[in-house]
Write a protein that binds this ligand. Structure first.
Ligand code: 0A1
Ligand code: ZN
Length: 877
């Protein structure tokens, strides 16, 4: 029956403003199994007809039910039949279709119609540049046809696609193509079969005018796999890097995790309208063009690396996600945390372990730490949600990867492999849970992870306070952990925190070997004997644990480590600590002129060593030169004043730029002479080149503007050109204007590069950046319909503290306006801008009140999407 017509149920039903809370503890298996799904698509941009035929049988492992609930969202129902008979005994519960089923097994056929052209949410089947494509994770399949749209219902799919050949010459779906042919009236068809049972979120189809970069890969058992990277005609020359990345990923997963690909075909399709980075649909990955297209003229070194990483990520999902999938969406980190770890390890092997680790920690600290310390904090395995799209977070992905990385550090790589082998073996073809993963690692690697499971249930970044005492040749290390309260979790238990440490001899600069200690109680003391003088402590080497270390290390110890720690991450960390310590003290207002000088001198000593150390490769030099980001600095303060943090940080940059003026010029000259290539040293040179320019521009804007223009104008690659333009965009004057104009004209029509043009201006240190953002929002190339373009302007703006946090609240108003106008078009993307306003509790009271007021203004809007509603109410909560 139609529940909306039942007065009792209608009362109980949530108002449109209060979408229901879904809880992990409420999981129950679906009462039916659907071994086979047949789909027929009659494709059209404005109208697509879908006929689905489902084989349905009772699930012996679930409580029986006399109905089947098929999820829907915005579908037009055409007809239903059961066992070949048209029926009208169905009812609707909200958007869901409820069918009565009396027997143990049935065949259900449902016809629906959808309008892909009107789908601006980009979930389900949608049109992008005249082609049709799908996005079904997490709950998009229900926008294509009525179906139990949950990850624990696994089926084999057979799909027939039919459409106009001129409009859709290429017809792609999951699995292998089994038949194709011509039809009357210029139409054609293709039939696809995917032999691997999968949940609906891994379904995909693509129809359009595409061309492929094709190749083959021979797997370890000798099977040939056809590989295709599909793009629009003109983009073909920019697909080689993606193809190479795919082959490297396939090879690496065989060698490192013993995982072989399992179909004869692997298709990747690039689309320009996409909510996320990419999607691992079985045998048919759909990618944001940003993570496919690259050549030296249009993509930076960082873009090349990101493409390699995302291609690997989606490929690795074929095992960690597809062959073993998730029981429910609370288990998302099961596939995402593990797959991120796998792509990080791959990129470490491809790009160099030291630099990659530093970059990954930087991402964690700038994206995940703020999440963990704010109103949206949640465990890597959340307990509840209203809209699952809001939980594709840095916590589930990046902290999830760190948690598994800790298991690997404690087990050692070989035992960890035994654990993952067991996991894949045990759960192949299943929808598993995080608990299944932990148990497999316990059994396979021989670890006791009883207490470690807390990392899955407790949110918040643990704080570890570190102190060292030295007495009579004994150094005593005392450690104390606290896990801060987070929403819904006021009190926490101590967690096992693995920390790699080393104790350096001050004289020799050597240490007697590293050790792994595990802090598994609230406090612990460890004694180390045999030191003739107090050693220098290097702790959390390699960032073994995703924690915040708090220590009052003597400044000279940090200078010592920044100049010579043999663990690259620890060396980077010492430099960061040195700078953070100085800036936090300066912001506290307690620095006398003399103390300021002493602090700057220590930073200069370490910075000078980094600039001139010829045993360092340039890639690492470039990392070590970077100051802690403003976001990270804001995290260090209980209540932050963004304006003052910006001013202090810029002042230190300027001071370093002046102090090292000639060294930086010499360095810039040296690296500018290195010719372009994609090898490590040349890439390192380019990183240092722009870093040097950043400091020179802070120290002496006028002379640096000339230098930056030269780098810009003479560039034969995007890394140098973008780096120089970034510096120029922060300066005043004609060179800035000319460079921006030149860049725009040169790349007009290339969407991905024009995105960079928007980003560079929105992210700039220029004092009028906020005015520039306003003007750019009115630029003819700006549109709310393309997520890349929206992000290129507004994510950069929200991440630019001095513009976004302008004291009069104008930045907050602009972001709230954006959220309100984007929400009806693309709620998923709109909701992603809310966390920037949600940081209000950690900002000084005047701005905090303005931020809160904007959140309240959004909350008061009518017809807010579930996505935005959830993020806004949690942020106010
Ligand atoms: N599973 C994908 C991420 C993803 C999630 C949701 C999407 O919907 C718009 C798209 C992609 C990954 O981890 O790469
Ligand atoms: Zn993923």
């Amino acid at each position: 029956m139609d529940i909306a017509r039942n007065p009792e149920m209608a009362d109980a039903a949530p108002t449109p403003h209060e979408p229901p809370v879904i809880r992990r503890e409420d999981y129950t298996p679906f009462p039916w199994i659907l071994p086979e799904v047949r789909l027929r698509f009659d494709l059209g941009l404005e109208a697509t007809r879908v006929v689905s035929t489902l084989t349905v049988a009772r699930n012996a492992k679930a409580d029986p039910s006399s109905t089947i609930r098929l999820n829907g969202d915005g579908l037009q129902l055409v007809s239903v039949s059961i066992d070949g008979e048209p029926v009208n005994t169905w009812s609707m519960d909200g958007d869901d279709l409820i069918l009565p089923l009396s027997g143990d097994a049935h065949e259900v056929e449902i016809a629906t119609e959808i309008d892909p052209g009107a789908n601006s949410q980009l979930m389900g089947l949608y049109a992008s540049n005249g082609m049709l494509c799908t996005q079904c994770e997490a709950e998009g399949f229900r926008r294509i046809t009525f179906f139990p749209d949950r990850p624990d219902v696994l089926s084999t799919y057979s799909v027939r696609m039919e459409g106009e050949k001129a409009q859709f010459p290429i017809l792609l779906c999951n699995g292998n193509k089994v038949e194709e042919g011509e039809l009357e009236d210029g139409r054609h068809f293709a039939e696809w079969h995917d032999p691997w049972p999968k949940p609906s979120y891994l379904f995909a189809l693509v129809a359009g005018d595409l061309v492929a970069n094709s190749s083959t890969f021979t797997t370890m058992s000798g099977r040939d796999v056809e590989l295709n990277v599909w793009v629009r005609d003109g983009d073909l020359p920019r697909t080689d890097h993606a193809m190479e990345s795919l082959k490297k990923s396939m090879q690496w997963d065989e060698e490192t995790f013993d995982r072989e690909y399992d179909l004869d075909l692997y298709n990747i399709v690039a689309v320009s309208d996409f909510n996320m980075g990419a999607m691992e649909n079985k045998g048919l990955n759909v990618f944001n063009t940003k993570y496919v297209l690259a050549d030296p003229d249009t993509a930076t070194d960082a873009d090349f690396d990101a493409i390699e990483g995302v291609i690997a990520h989606e490929y690795f999902h074929n095992w960690s996600g597809n062959r073993v999938t998730c029981r429910d969406w609370f288990q998302l980190s099961l596939k995402e945390g593990f797959t991120v770890l796998r792509d990080q390890l791959f990129s470490q092997d491809m790009q160099g372990e030291a630099v990659k680790r530093i970059e990954d920690v930087r991402i964690l600290r700038s994206a995940q730490f703020p999440e963990d310390s704010g109103p949206l904090a949640h465990p890597i395995r959340p307990d509840s949600y209203r809209e699952i799209s809001n939980f594709y977070t840095a916590t589930v992905y990046n902290k999830g990867a760190e948690v598994i990385r800790m298991m690997r550090s404690m087990a050692g790589p070989e035992a960890f492999r035994a654990g993952t082998d067991l996991y894949f073996d045990r759960h192949d073809g299943e929808a598993a849970t995080c608990e299944d993963f932990v148990r497999a690692i316990e059994d396979g690697a021989g670890l006791d992870l009883e207490q470690f499971r807390l990392w899955y249930s407790q949110a918040g970044t643990p704080k570890v306070e570190v102190a060292m005492r030295y007495e009579g040749e004994t150094a005593t290390l005392s450690l104390k952990q606290t896990v801060p309260p987070t929403p819904g979790q006021p009190a926490k238990h101590p967690m096992p925190i693995p920390l790699r440490i080393a104790l350096f001899d001050r004289e020799s600069g050597e240490h007697g070997g590293e050790q792994l200690i595990v802090l598994d109680t609230a406090e612990k003391e460890l004694a180390f004997e045999g030191f003739a003088q107090a050693p220098v402590l290097s702790i959390n080497r390699g960032f073994t644990a995703p924690v915040a270390i708090e220590r009052t290390a003597p400044r000279e110890d940090l200078v010592f480590l920044a100049a010579r720690d043999d663990d690259s991450f620890a060396r980077y960390e010492a430099m960061q600590e040195l700078v953070v310590g100085h800036l936090v003290a300066a912001l506290g207002g307690g620095l006398s002129d003399e103390e300021r000088e002493v602090g700057q001198a220590a930073i200069a000593e370490a910075f000078g060593a980094i600039l001139t150390d010829d045993t360092l490769d340039d890639s690492m030099r470039g990392e070590l030169m970077m100051l802690p980001s403003q976001t990270y600095l804001m995290e260090q303060m209980l209540v932050a004043d963004p304006g003052r943090i910006h001013a202090e940080r810029e002042a230190l940059k300027a001071w370093l730029g002046q102090h090292f003026h000639s060294t930086l010029e010499t360095l810039h000259d040296r690296v500018s002479a290195v010719p372009y290539s994609l090898d490590g040293p040349a890439r390192g040179a380019r990183k240092v080149k722009t870093q040097a320019l950043v400091y020179l521009a802070a120290g002496d804007p006028e002379s640096a503007a000339e230098r930056a223009w030269e780098q810009f104008d003479g560039a034969d690659n995007m890394t140098d050109r973008q780096g120089a333009l970034m510096v120029l965009a922060g300066l005043e004057g004609a060179l800035r204007t000319n460079a921006l104009l030149d860049f725009y004209n040169r790349y007009k029509g290339n969407d991905l590069v024009i995105d960079k043009w928007f980003t560079l201006q929105a992210w700039s240190t220029h004092p009028q950046a906020i005015e520039h953002v306003k003007a750019l929002a009115k630029h003819p190339d700006f549109t709310l319909r393309n997520p890349n373009r929206v992000r290129s302007l507004y994510m950069a703006f929200a991440g630019n503290p001095h513009a976004f946090h302008q004291a009069d609240g104008e930045g907050y108003r602009m972001l709230a306006d954006l959220i309100l106008s984007l929400d009806p078009i693309n709620p998923q993307t709109a909701a992603r801008f809310v966390p920037a306003l949600g940081r209000w509790r950690r900002i000084e009271p005047h701005r905090a009140a303005l931020m809160r007021a904007e959140l309240e203004r959004i909350a008061a809007a009518e017809n807010l999407s579930r996505d935005t509603y959830e993020q806004v109410t949690r942020s106010l909560g």
